[in-house]
Ligand binder design. Structure first.
Ligand SMILES: [Zn+2]
Length: 53
Protein backbone atom coordinates (compact mmCIF):
# COMPACT_ATOMS: atom_id res chain seq x y z
CA UNK A 1 0.00 0.00 0.00
CA UNK A 2 1.41 3.34 -0.98
CA UNK A 3 2.29 5.92 1.61
CA UNK A 4 1.91 9.59 0.86
CA UNK A 5 3.85 12.16 2.76
CA UNK A 6 2.37 15.56 3.45
CA UNK A 7 3.88 18.67 4.90
CA UNK A 8 1.89 21.33 6.67
CA UNK A 9 2.58 24.79 5.28
CA UNK A 10 1.57 26.41 8.55
CA UNK A 11 3.61 24.53 11.14
CA UNK A 12 5.99 22.47 8.95
CA UNK A 13 4.76 19.27 10.50
CA UNK A 14 5.31 16.28 8.21
CA UNK A 15 2.85 13.42 8.35
CA UNK A 16 2.08 10.35 6.32
CA UNK A 17 -1.14 9.14 4.83
CA UNK A 18 -1.45 5.51 3.92
CA UNK A 19 -3.98 4.52 1.31
CA UNK A 20 -5.20 4.46 -2.21
CA UNK A 21 -4.93 7.04 -4.94
CA UNK A 22 -8.35 8.36 -3.93
CA UNK A 23 -7.05 8.76 -0.41
CA UNK A 24 -4.22 10.89 -1.68
CA UNK A 25 -6.57 13.12 -3.66
CA UNK A 26 -8.68 13.90 -0.64
CA UNK A 27 -7.99 16.97 1.38
CA UNK A 28 -5.95 16.25 4.46
CA UNK A 29 -5.67 18.26 7.61
CA UNK A 30 -2.51 18.59 9.63
CA UNK A 31 -2.82 16.33 12.69
CA UNK A 32 -0.77 18.76 14.70
CA UNK A 33 -2.43 22.13 14.11
CA UNK A 34 -5.53 21.14 12.14
CA UNK A 35 -4.67 23.29 9.13
CA UNK A 36 -5.72 22.08 5.70
CA UNK A 37 -2.92 24.09 4.13
CA UNK A 38 -0.81 21.01 3.47
CA UNK A 39 1.37 20.06 0.53
CA UNK A 40 2.18 16.58 -0.63
CA UNK A 41 5.80 15.62 -0.37
CA UNK A 42 7.49 12.90 -2.36
CA UNK A 43 5.79 9.54 -2.22
CA UNK A 44 7.92 6.88 -0.60
CA UNK A 45 6.84 4.46 -3.27
CA UNK A 46 7.61 6.56 -6.31
CA UNK A 47 10.86 8.16 -7.43
CA UNK A 48 9.09 10.62 -9.71
CA UNK A 49 6.42 13.13 -8.71
CA UNK A 50 2.82 12.38 -9.66
CA UNK A 51 1.75 13.74 -13.03
CA UNK A 52 -1.17 15.55 -11.42
CA UNK A 53 1.24 18.22 -10.19
ZN1 LIG B 1 0.22 22.05 10.90
Amino acid sequence: MPIYEFKCADCDHVFEVMGSYAEREKGHACPKCGSTNVKQAISLFSAKPPSSW
